[in-house]
Unconditional design. Structure first.
Length: 294
């Protein structure tokens, strides 16, 4: 089975206070814990955390946590990585404690730090309390959501080979040169779009969270406009996952996609397709949005 979901993201941030306000008041996450080293843990569901904000100032990804179901799958995936030429290192006791998992290993692909783990900490006895009135996030077996990393065009074929052939991710579809992968029914959990701006050093392009209600998306859009959060792409619907969503700027400069209604994959009948355009409608950038008639 291998990787079963995107379990957590670690972010290196320069302003944890701004991030806390953004994550709770805008996104609707809950502060789970504040560590002695300043790390802020954020919940979206029954897990102790889905985001860990480290006050280390890079404003970029610190690590990506891929969950596997159990120890047997964990050991099997490590063997596959060894045979596939992926060099990994054992997580230290401190790292395992900080991630609140049973065990984990670390590796890099095109400079992005990844982790594989099992046994994440769950807090059923402390029900998730959203930071603002929302119905909650669509997680469960499908994990946190999805994440995208900007790659150089020359790196996409080899990265695709590693995730598909070694780590066992399944191809969902392509939008132009951009591959999309899934590990569970969520239409995609990982994508590698070509880097648009050669002057932007950030590894992470965006991550996506999906809510349980379209109203949660609409109320978030209202809050962004009321509180001055930059909207980088207007409300729209994607061609591949059919997600109704919009994109906004985080305090670290990269983007969050906030959406609802993504379609699900049934691997017994799914067929990989290619799309020329990313959107059925919408997702306009501010400079391309039409001027309202007077």
């Amino acid at each position: 089975m291998g990787v079963s979901q995107l379990g957590y993201l670690g972010l290196s941030v320069s302003d944890t206070e701004a991030w806390e306000a953004y994550a709770t008041d805008i996104l609707g996450m809950e502060v789970s814990e504040r560590a002695a080293d300043g790390t802020l843990y954020l919940r979206m569901d029954e897990y102790h955390h889905r985001l860990a904000l480290h006050p280390t100032g890079l404003d970029d990804i610190a690590y990506v946590g891929w969950q596997v179901p159990n120890e047997r799958e964990f050991e099997a995936l490590k063997q596959s990585m060894f045979e596939g030429g992926i060099e990994y290192v054992q997580g230290s006791r401190q790292e395992i404690s900080d991630r609140m998992v049973r065990d984990m290993v670390k590796f890099e692909v095109t400079g992005v730090p990844y982790e594989v783990y099992y046994g994440g900490k769950v807090l059923w006895e402390q029900p998730f309390k959203p930071g603002r009135p929302i119905t909650g996030f669509k997680t469960g077996e499908m994990g946190l959501g999805h994440v995208g990393f900007a790659l150089e065009m020359d790196d996409i074929p080899e990265t695709t080979r590693i995730f598909r052939d070694v780590l066992g991710f399944k191809m969902s579809d392509w939008i132009g040169p951009t591959p999309f992968f899934h590990v569970n029914p969520r239409e995609h959990t990982l994508t590698f779009p070509p880097r648009r701006d050669p002057n932007d050093p950030k590894k992470i392009g965006h991550f996506m969270v999906e809510t349980n209600s379209l109203d949660d998306v609409g109320s978030c859009l209202d809050l962004c406009m009321q509180k001055g959060v930059e909207i980088t792409s207007s409300l729209g619907k994607h061609t591949n996952d059919h997600m109704v969503s919009f994109y906004m700027r985080t305090p670290s400069g990269f983007r969050v996609e906030y959406g609802w209604g993504g379609r699900l994959i049934d691997d017994t009948v799914w067929q990989v397709n290619t799309y020329d355009k990313a959107n059925i409608w919408g997702h306009l950038r501010p400079q391309t949005a039409p001027t309202p008639a007077s």
